[in-house]
Design a binder for this molecule. Structure first.
Ligand code: KMT
Ligand code: NI
Length: 178
């Protein structure tokens, strides 16, 4: 997994959008935003004890697989458009990349876009209330595992969402720390 600040160009979102000069972000900076990351072995995920432990510890009893490509995803264009619309959720967003790659963009503390490049083996957790979006990269394919605690709720609340309880709680988690 790699992360960097995005440029301001409105060209194809599937391009890397590095700044010039390039501005990488250390992964521990992401932890300060509440973004967590594990590196796992995706080849045998059904028997992976490390994954089992994470699911057990964090209570992720729900799991499904999502292939993002035109052949396997209904309403492909519309879904991708929604994924790339800036939004929050009332719960964590947990995604484990099993094949392919893609970009999760999250807003940093100064509201700049941070681009997170996930590849096979990257498990990422976005905290509830963080503004984010998702796009494929130019390889145009990703297979994701979605995890959730309890009955899954995928409802996205598009920005602005400053009065949403999850957003308020997320913002407050910083003012407490600083
Ligand atoms: C979401 O809420 O599903 C997203 O942010 C898209 C990422 S994974 C399909
Ligand atoms: Ni989301």
């Amino acid at each position: 997994m790699e992360a960097w600040f995005m440029d301001d160009s409105d060209s194809d979102p599937r391009l890397p959008h590095h700044r010039n000069p390039i501005e990488f972000i250390p992964l521990d900076h992401l932890a300060e935003l509440g973004v967590l990351h594990w590196r796992l072995n995706p080849t045998d995920y059904e028997n992976d004890q490390e994954l089992r432990k994470i699911r057990e510890t964090r209570g992720y009893n729900y799991m499904d697989l999502l292939d993002i490509c035109p052949e396997k995803l209904n309403n492909y264009e519309e879904k991708l458009k929604n994924f790339y619309t800036e939004h929050i959720h009332a719960d964590e967003e947990i995604r484990y990349c099993l094949e392919g790659s893609g970009y999760f963009d999250v807003r940093g503390k100064d509201d700049r876009w941070i681009r997170i490049w996930i590849k096979a083996g990257d498990l990422i957790i976005l905290p509830a209330g963080i503004y984010h979006r998702f796009t494929l990269d130019t390889t145009n394919y990703v297979k994701l595992m979605r995890l959730f605690m309890g009955e899954p709720v995928w409802t996205a609340y598009n920005r602005p969402q400053e009065e949403h309880p999850a957003r308020k709680e997320y913002v407050e988690s910083f003012t407490k720390k600083v």
